[in-house]
Design a protein around this ligand. Structure first.
Ligand SMILES: [Zn+2]
Length: 495
């Protein structure tokens, strides 16, 4: 389902450049009309930005109520300044469109590595590139192994869904890493119940069978399946909790209107095997039209390099190493990437860049909040523009050229630059500002192609945004601006 065009609304329809040209140079009235037209284009862009901000706020409120375990939901949320994706037509069974229209060739393999888990040496499996992989390549497009139609950890539904899987699929689930036992109150409660059950049976279990009384043996026989079921539920819940992904990107009030049985969260086996890094080389996003989790490579990967994703995209690029370690630890995760390893020469670069990025984001949020309420002087807007450019440089140096940079670019091209264009009087200056908008729109389109691929609504929205910026610049350059200048020259000649 194609998305609603993001920006062309408000751009006046042009007939032919020549017709417009003749009309516009005919006098002062037309000149005024043209100026009004341009103001409307700029104002429309800012209006749409404000609407999207409101939608974003609503989405964040909805998302906060749905605990999303991994970064996938968060990564998708990061695009919230874009128009909302069309309401998903998720049915009980995926997908509406073939899951893999573009063939995704396996360019990776599973490899075991040792890790320390809860103080104990353990082995885990990760995905490693078996060949050089170019930036922008879709390396994975997989359907969920199981889904739930309610947010959070619904244990009975989870267990039923698990029992419907084949033996091979069940084994795949046991091979993924669980969350730490304390990762959620629910996991802690389950552990408490199991401990109590086991404690009640401990004295019986420790006795040789021949020494047990008949009532003890009966108690053991009746309780053993319950203990086993509780333990399996706990093991499954820990894996689900650590690896589940949001399948929708809608505010809570819209989620409530989804048809019964619509999958809301899902578990993806390959995605679950990709380890976290604060400097990830991949980006994951759920394609709700095809029912697939797509994973794209966001920088060139060498043969033998491990594929990585950011578990917490919201905070990953703004928190320092100690804060990230705390956040990851709550999920039983550890990270030894170049931004976390104090002995790595790049460690200091990451710490500095993240600290600056956060400080700049705070100031920017303040300026943008004020701009939402009233118009601001050009000094504030220029300051915001400088801060945004510096922030994007910092994000780039922390290995983030993905969706987070699109979010800030959207602010620049939909809010700050149009606001500046409204303040400047001369059309040459306005044109320059719109050319800057266009450059950022092109950059966003590039990033969207890299992260999502050009078959996705997220890409099409940014492509349309670029086309709209191009149309506006074009209007200034060969239509309206040219005409206005001719009028001015004519007037000067008459003087
Ligand atoms: Zn790290």
């Amino acid at each position: 389902m194609p998305s609603k065009p993001s920006t062309p609304t408000g751009v006046p329809e042009r007939t032919s450049a020549e017709t417009n040209h003749k009309d516009l140079i005919s006098g002062e009235t037309q000149r005024r009309e043209a100026a009004v037209q341009l103001e409307q284009v700029t104002k429309a862009r800012r209006k749409r930005y404000r609407e999207r901000q409101r939608e974003k706020k609503s989405k964040e409120e909805g998302s906060a109520a749905t605990s999303i375990a991994t970064g996938v939901g968060a990564e998708t949320r990061a695009l919230a300044t874009e128009p909302p994706p069309p309401k998903p037509e998720l049915k009980h069974a995926f997908p509406a469109i073939s899951p893999v229209e573009v063939p995704v060739l396996p360019r990776y393999e599973f490899r075991e590595f040792s890790r320390v888990n809860g103080g104990k040496e353990d082995t885990d499996q990760g995905l490693f590139a078996t060949q050089k992989i170019e930036k922008g390549t879709r390396v994975i497009s997989e359907q969920p192994i199981l889904t739930l139609s309610a947010p959070g950890d619904q244990l009975d539904e989870l267990m039923s869904a698990y029992q419907r899987l084949s033996k091979e699929e069940q084994t795949m689930i046991w091979n993924i890493q669980p969350a730490s036992p304390n990762a959620s109150a629910q996991l802690q409660d389950l552990r408490f119940i199991i401990d109590r059950l086991v404690l009640g049976l401990k004295t019986i279990i420790l006795k040789p069978r021949t020494d047990r009384s008949e009532s003890e043996q009966n108690k053991l026989d009746s309780m053993a399946p319950k203990v086993e079921h509780a333990m399996n539920t706990w093991r499954l819940a820990a894996r689900w909790h650590a690896n589940r992904s949001s399948l929708i990107n809608l505010p809570m009030h819209e989620r409530l209107n989804l048809p019964d049985g619509t999958p809301i969260t899902g578990l993806f086996i390959l995605r679950a095997h990709i380890r976290h890094s604060c400097v990830p080389n991949c980006f994951a996003s759920f394609d709700d039209q095809r029912g697939c989790m797509n994973i794209h490579v966001t920088r060139d990967i060498k043969k033998g390099e491990e594929l990585t994703l950011a578990a917490f995209a919201d905070t990953n690029y703004y928190n320092n190493a100690a804060e990230r370690a705390k956040e990851l630890g709550a999920w039983g995760l550890t990270c030894s990437c170049e931004a976390c390893d104090e002995t790595n020469p790049r460690f200091v670069v990451h710490e500095g860049a993240r600290e600056r990025a956060r400080a700049r984001a705070v100031i920017l949020n303040d300026i943008l909040t004020r701009l939402d309420k009233s118009d601001l002087p050009d000094a504030d807007l220029t300051n915001a523009q400088t801060l945004l450019c510096a922030l994007m440089r910092d994000l780039k140096s922390t290995g983030c050229e993905s969706v987070e940079s699109v979010r800030w670019r959207n602010v620049l091209m939909d809010c700050v630059l149009p606001a500046r264009a409204l303040l400047v009087a001369d059309n040459k200056h306005k044109t320059i500002l719109w050319r800057v908008v266009l450059e950022h729109a092109r950059e966003c389109e590039k990033v969207a192609r890299m992260c999502f691929g050009d078959d996705r609504v997220e890409f099409r929205a940014l492509q349309q945004s670029r086309e709209a910026a191009e149309a506006t610049v074009q209007m200034f350059v060969d239509g309206v601006v040219d005409a206005l200048e001719k009028v001015e020259l004519k007037e000067e000649g008459e003087d």
